[in-house]
Design a protein around this ligand. Structure first.
Ligand SMILES: Cc1ncc(COP(=O)(O)O)c(C=O)c1O
Length: 416
């Protein structure tokens, strides 16, 4: 109970309006509802995104280029906004690649990662000229064939699955057996076998994990990444006669979602990067260093809003039933990788100053016990038509949710 309120205050501050109703940009929830026609909707705050990127780029060493991983939020207007804020895009599908290209981002600044790329994906990436991050030896064979047939050279970077892992990470994506990247120990052979007539090896990609709030863990992974990169760059020189010009050091920066989680100490990470760049000066000279972030750039700039459509009491427990839920915001329901479900920060968006508090469970309209918006949360007393607002919802929200589940009405998105 106390937890929800503590967490709420932290997340609320960026959206705090002068009245008792939340606003995004200069629009109240009621106005936004009228703009998009109905609840539920996601609203993203343009200025908060701009601020987040500029605060980060200010502290990062100038040698580091910031790229946005579109998978975090592929809403087209948001991606277009991002094109003017960051130096490049990471895409995870052909559709994301086309979206990235259409923002005007130069193709040399677009990378395409992810296992299981189809021949169609590969051909499109070669034609476009984006950099394919290769995830397996089989993928290299497909790229070789496609490039031959297209009579074009493919730009590639080898995604490496290092021996180390990103500790304290919400999602570990390296170390041990993984479907992502090629195991570090296989790289010498892969370099020897590279079909250099068909591929232009630009560099390496080492992405260790996601949603990490522990600066020390990220710092340690970055130290290991630089050490490994040094070996890989030397190997590429010897075995593939290639001078590497591109090193993607991954990202993994997390955002606090739950009570007792603290914002990531990004200044420490930036300081460490500055030190690493100094330490590996010859390695970094002439190499484009890329930091690839998704959620850190957008998560805190987005809210999900739905409406209370029924209120009921079942054996002493009060339920607010809403017109939105799991099918629009899977992560908030606790079904997107969480081991134990916890409440996201949440508010009754039109009663921010309400002082008549009560404990409620908040659920969505789906006929499944998984459709939870909040469990045992203390909030101002709500009535039918009030807005339930979920904060920290700008990443892995709409696009990461099963929108067609139970054929409920679709949601809207808006960038303000
Ligand atoms: C290759 C790659 N890049 C970037 C990301 C984005 O991660 P995040 O949104 O946590 O920054 C992911 C997430 O899974 C990823 O797999």
């Amino acid at each position: 109970m106390k937890q929800s309120q503590t967490n709420l205050t932290t997340s609320l501050k960026d959206f705090l309006p002068t009245s008792s109703e939340l606003s995004v940009g200069k629009f109240s929830l009621n106005q936004i509802e009228k703009l998009v026609s109905k609840t539920p909707f996601y609203a993203y705050d343009r200025q908060l995104i701009i601020n987040r990127v500029s605060q980060l780029t200010k502290i990062l060493p100038k040698e580091v280029s910031l790229h946005y991983a579109i998978k975090a939020n592929p809403y087209p207007s948001l991606v277009q906004l991002m094109a003017a804020q960051v130096s490049g895009f990471d895409v995870a599908s052909k559709k994301e690649m086309l979206l990235a290209m259409q923002t005007g981002m130069p193709v040399s600044k677009i990378s395409f990662a992810g296992p299981g790329k189809t021949v169609e994906d590969i051909e499109a990436a070669i034609i476009a000229g984006v950099t394919l991050h290769v995830e397996s030896e089989g993928e290299i064979a497909k790229i070789e064939l496609a490039a031959k047939q297209l009579k074009l050279k493919a730009n590639i970077a080898i995604r490496v699955n290092p021996q180390f892992e990103l500790k304290s990470s919400g999602m570990k994506m390296s170390g041990g057996a993984k479907p992502f990247g090629i195991d570090e120990e296989k790289i010498p052979q892969v370099l020897k076998d590279l079909p250099l007539a068909q591929v232009n090896l630009r560099g390496f990609h080492i992405f260790a994990g996601s949603q990490n709030l522990n600066a020390d863990a990220i710092i340690s992974a970055q130290q290991q990444t630089f050490a490994l990169a040094q070996q890989l760059i030397e190997l590429a020189n010897q075995l593939a006669k290639t001078k590497i010009a591109y090193l993607n050091i991954g990202g993994g920066f997390g955002v606090p979602y739950f009570a007792n989680e603290q914002s990531l100490a990004v200044t420490l990470i930036a300081e460490n990067l500055t030190a690493l760049i100094k330490q590996y000066k010859t390695l970094v000279d002439g190499v484009e260093l890329i930091l690839e972030l998704g959620r850190y750039l957008v998560a805190e700039a987005g809210i999900y809003v739905c409406k209370v459509v029924d209120i009921k009491v079942s054996r002493g427990t009060k339920y607010l039933v809403c017109d939105g839920g799991l099918h629009h915001h899977l992560a908030n329901s606790g079904n997107f990788g969480q081991v134990i479900r916890k409440n996201y920060p949440l508010a009754i968006g039109n009663k921010l100053n309400g002082n008549e508090l009560e404990q409620v469970n908040i659920v969505g309209p789906l006929c499944t016990p998984l459709d939870i918006l909040a469990d045992k949360i203390i909030l101002p007393k709500a009535i039918l038509g009030d807005y339930v607002v979920v904060f920290q919802s700008g990443a892995y929200g709409a696009s990461a949710s099963p929108k067609d589940f139970l054929s409920q009405p679709q949601l809207s998105e808006i960038l303000l």
